[in-house]
Design a protein around this ligand. Structure first.
Ligand code: GLN
Length: 303
């Protein structure tokens, strides 16, 4: 399949809608300053073919897409015991909701909502320098040096009252081992990693290759673990819009409020789209449209 003309066609189709609808995330002040009329798309196939178009090399804030890589580190380092404190069910609630935590004894529904990612981060903090490990993992996976946007991390730390509430609440149930301030600092930094669509399409490549690292050939996750990550992306990766994504796009996806969405066509390719204006659920409006166009035009789907 020739992907480059298809991605260019998607960019041209969406061009008139750039910046016309949706809202850039404003609850993190540094993200509110990102200009809305931007769109990028990139993919990398299992055998290394690449295509990209639009603002595909502009770096943006990973935000919740980092939860995908935190989970990968957690599955690799902690193994099955990771699931002692995290569920695997869609929450049906916004990504930063507190409501289920009380009735469910501080055990978050899944690793892709904020509470779940904080629980994963806590397990990582117990094991190693989790900021450095994240940068090292992502740099190796995409082949370029990757860093944190310190301004975004600081901006989030100064306004992250809900995340602080979630972490403290879990701590009160005995579900967080480390100092809450340390866990939050690492979590905010993970969210503040900046990468481009092209870098992310490369970095997620192990998810369409049975857990095998695209460049080094290392087994990053087992094939079964990689399939499980894809299952969680499909059911929980786009917050309370996961049903809508499965219906309209039909691929495992992980989104972030920076406007990025990473999608996986198992055994075939990984794809990343980015456009900063969001739907009320926190998913990129044009990103979702682009993925829908991509699967409609290619017929690619997990169903
Ligand atoms: N850093 C953001 C937060 O914790 C991530 C949320 C997101 O991308 N959905 O609120």
């Amino acid at each position: 399949m020739q992907f480059q003309p298809l991605l260019e066609e998607i960019v041209a189709t969406l061009q008139p809608e750039l910046g016309a609808a949706g809202q850039v995330a404003s609850y993190i002040p540094a993200l509110a300053r990102v200009p809305a009329p931007q769109f990028g798309i990139a993919l990398r196939t299992r055998d290394g073919q690449e295509a990209h178009a639009g603002d595909s090399t502009t770096r943006f804030s990973l935000q919740s897409i980092s939860k995908l890589f935190a989970l990968t580190l957690g599955m690799r380092e902690v193994g099955e015991a990771l699931w002692d404190r995290i569920g695997r069910e869609p929450s049906g609630n916004p990504f930063n909701s507190l409501v289920q935590l009380e009735t469910e004894q501080g055990i978050p529904r899944n690793p892709f909502i904020n509470a779940g990612a904080l629980a994963v981060t806590d397990r990582l903090v117990s094991r190693f320098d989790a900021k450095a490990e994240m940068l090292s993992l992502l740099s190796t996976l995409c082949g370029d040096p990757v860093d944190f946007d310190e301004e975004v991390a600081a901006s989030e730390a100064s306004t992250g009252f809900r995340n602080a509430a979630l972490a403290n609440f879990m701590k009160s149930f005995g579900r967080i081992d480390n100092d809450v301030g340390t866990v939050l600092d690492v979590y905010f930094h993970h969210c503040a990693v900046r990468m481009s669509c092209l870098q992310l399409a490369r970095a997620a490549g192990f998810l369409c290759r049975d857990g095998v690292h695209p460049y080094t050939g290392q087994q990053l996750l087992t094939g079964r673990q990689a399939r499980r990550v894809n299952a969680l992306m499909l059911t929980c990766g786009t917050y309370d819009a996961a049903g809508e994504f499965a219906f309209r796009v039909g691929l495992p996806c992980k989104s972030g409020v920076g406007g990025g969405i990473v999608a996986v066509v198992p055994d075939r390719l990984t794809l990343c789209v980015w456009s900063p204006a969001l739907e009320p659920t926190g998913n990129s409006l044009l990103g979702m449209k682009a993925l829908e166009l991509f699967t409609a035009k290619t017929g690619l789907s997990v169903f």
